[in-house]
Design a protein around this ligand. Structure first.
Ligand code: CO
Ligand code: ZN
Length: 328
């Protein structure tokens, strides 16, 4: 599992630029599914047909995109000005190593802020080592997107840190579920979605096109087990988190129970999750067409939307056990 995670977190895939990561995933799942297609938004849609013609269509969605910084201007001295793509935190972005898709490396820096002034994205710039605008523009173009650079490492016995754990850890989970899923009655549609970080845009059109009977988002959630952080009441290493509610959706209560029951049958630990903020692809799937029974299985994650997002491998295995049991 660690190698699979490393492969996926290291693939470039800023929000709206998911092509490379989708190609990596396509190669990994190809032998295990019946059809693979892409839509206009770049969603990678992998179908494993069920044995029962009247079986249900179950959509699982894990987003491929990763938050980043889009270049909006290049200064005379060669510094890049950027805007966020998705929910970038300023405090966690100061003096970080960032990378562009074409391999150009940079350091994102916060310039000194005047007294009384609130730090904002306009105070951030990227230094790519260029000595003037001409040199900078020979390296990158306006509209290129930088992301936190690859840095995947093990932390203690069971944990892994990397940027883009949100949501490549769920992509790894979904790939792994497809690899081990036997032929089942229901049709499973695995969607590796795009543009989640700017409002679940990929999942919205994917759900419309697929018309699932059930939709389950796979995503990270936050934690309440680090200093001064009590909510959500979710712990790393305590198992698969079944979402009850977040800012974007209220999970279908029947589906919540079915997922918790599947976890029990599979003998894996589960935790109930109520997140006071955030949202997942479930928010878009749920409101598709005439409405879809939807929910989220979450992987607890520390320091979400930073360059060091930490997960516990035991939670990923718990989610996998739960999902395989549910899909049976
Ligand atoms: Co996110
Ligand atoms: Zn996410």
């Amino acid at each position: 599992m660690f190698e699979l995670i490393r492969t996926l977190v290291n693939a470039y895939g800023a929000t709206g630029r998911e092509k490379t990561v989708s190609e990596v995933i396509e190669n990994l799942v190809k032998p295990y599914v019946d059809t693979i297609s892409r839509d206009a938004l770049g969603n990678l849609i992998c179908v494993k047909k069920g044995t029962d013609e009247n079986g249900k269509k179950i959509m699982l969605s894990a987003h491929m995109d990763h938050i980043g910084f889009i270049v909006v201007a290049v200064e005379k001295e060669g510094y890049l000005r950027v805007m966020p793509v998705g929910g970038i935190g300023l405090a966690v972005s100061k003096t970080r190593h960032v990378s562009f898709e074409n391999g150009v490396q940079g350091v994102i820096v916060q310039q000194p802020v005047r007294e009384g002034e609130t730090p904002a994205m306009k105070h951030m710039f990227i230094d790519i080592g260029a000595e003037n605008d001409e040199e900078a523009l020979s390296m990158i173009q306006l509209g290129d997107v930088a992301v936190y650079s690859n840095d995947c490492f093990r932390l203690g016995k069971n944990r892994v840190s990397a940027p883009a754990m949100d949501d490549r850890i769920a992509c790894a989970l979904l790939v792994s579920v497809l690899q081990d899923l036997p032929q089942v009655k229901n049709t499973v549609v695995a969607v590796f979605s795009t543009q989640e970080e700017v409002g679940c845009r990929g999942a919205k059109v994917a759900a419309f096109g697929i018309e699932p009977d059930v939709g389950i988002a796979l995503d990270v959630t936050a934690n309440g087990d680090t200093p001064e952080t009590k909510l959500p009441a979710v712990k790393l290493g305590a198992g698969a988190a079944v979402k009850i509610m977040d800012r974007g959706s209220i999970s279908n209560p029947e589906l919540v129970q079915e997922l918790l029951d599947a976890g029990k049958r599979a003998g894996v630990p589960t935790q109930r999750e109520v997140l006071p903020f955030g949202g997942t692809d479930a928010s878009a799937i749920q409101l598709s067409r005439g409405g879809v029974k939807a929910g989220t299985v979450s992987i607890p994650c520390r320091y979400v939307h930073s360059a060091c997002e930490v997960i516990d491998l035991r939670d990923v295995e718990a989610c996998k056990g739960l999902l395989l049991e549910y899909l049976k």
